[in-house]
Design a protein around this ligand. Structure first.
Ligand code: MN
Length: 244
């Protein structure tokens, strides 16, 4: 097997195994089929949403979800696969490894590898049954590292107000503590050659205008507030525990 083929297959497996435990009840069988199909084909594949396109309305409307998933995310996957065809020297054997390896000059892999990873996480940490506040170990960690849920929420909301397009993140740092940060464009906290402090993202919010403009126009603050009614805290807690 050529190295590039190995990278593709391994990457797909790694993404599948990362995402699978976060699928909500009743979707396991469908997700397993998706992973098997992806492994049998070259390159990364657009993951299905774990809910219907209209499931997050009215916080996020159906048309926005269809365009965001079927056009924007699909475009990142397509361009990532095209960029991998041109990448000769990559050593990474997973999508996470790819993000950790690339540098600022790897424009296509940076934008589209980040775009694929970021959106794959974003869909999983929202749910039509989301909202409220975390419980259990995640609630304890937020209280310990931010002082209170309200303080965390304020910090995250401020991060999501970054100028221009980008993402707000809740991450687990190397020392195990939680951190809020933001990245521009499709950058990701795993990009150690690009960000100031590397960390494992466990919750992400897309604040590109394409994520909210149809419904909210210029009112990004209203979109951020509604996003909190969608957060699947069980999913975020699983991500925290997987981050170790
Ligand atoms: Mn987006």
């Amino acid at each position: 097997m050529k190295k590039r083929d190995f990278l593709r297959v391994s990457s797909t497996v790694a993404v599948g195994s990362m995402v699978l435990p976060l699928i909500s009840c009743g979707k396991e069988e469908k997700a397993a089929e998706g992973v098997a199909k992806a492994v049998s084909e070259a390159g990364f594949e657009l993951p299905d949403l774990p809910y219907n396109f209209d499931a997050l309305a009215p916080a996020i409307d159906e048309e926005t979800m269809k365009i965001h998933h079927g056009k924007h995310h699909a475009g990142y996957v397509r361009k990532l696969n095209a960029a991998l065809n041109e990448a000769k020297d990559l050593k990474a054997d997973s999508l996470e490894g790819l993000l950790m390896e690339i540098g600022p000059e790897d424009t296509a892999l940076r934008n589209n590898g980040g775009g694929h990873y970021n959106h794959s996480l974003f869909w999983k940490i929202m749910s039509p049954n989301g909202g409220g506040q975390p419980t259990g170990d995640l609630a304890d960690a937020i209280k310990s590292d931010f002082g209170s849920f309200a303080a965390f929420r304020d910090e995250f909301t401020a991060a999501a107000g970054l100028f221009g397009s980008g993402w707000a993140w809740l991450c687990v740092k190397d020392d195990g503590k939680l951190m809020v940060t933001s990245t521009p464009n499709q950058d990701n906290p795993l990009m150690k050659n690009i960000v100031d402090e590397t960390a494992q993202p466990i919750l992400g919010l897309d604040v590109w205008e394409h994520a909210y403009y149809l419904n909210y126009q210029n009112r990004r603050g209203d979109y951020i507030e509604k996003f909190f009614s969608l957060i699947d805290w069980n999913s975020v807690e699983k991500n925290m525990k997987a981050a170790g």
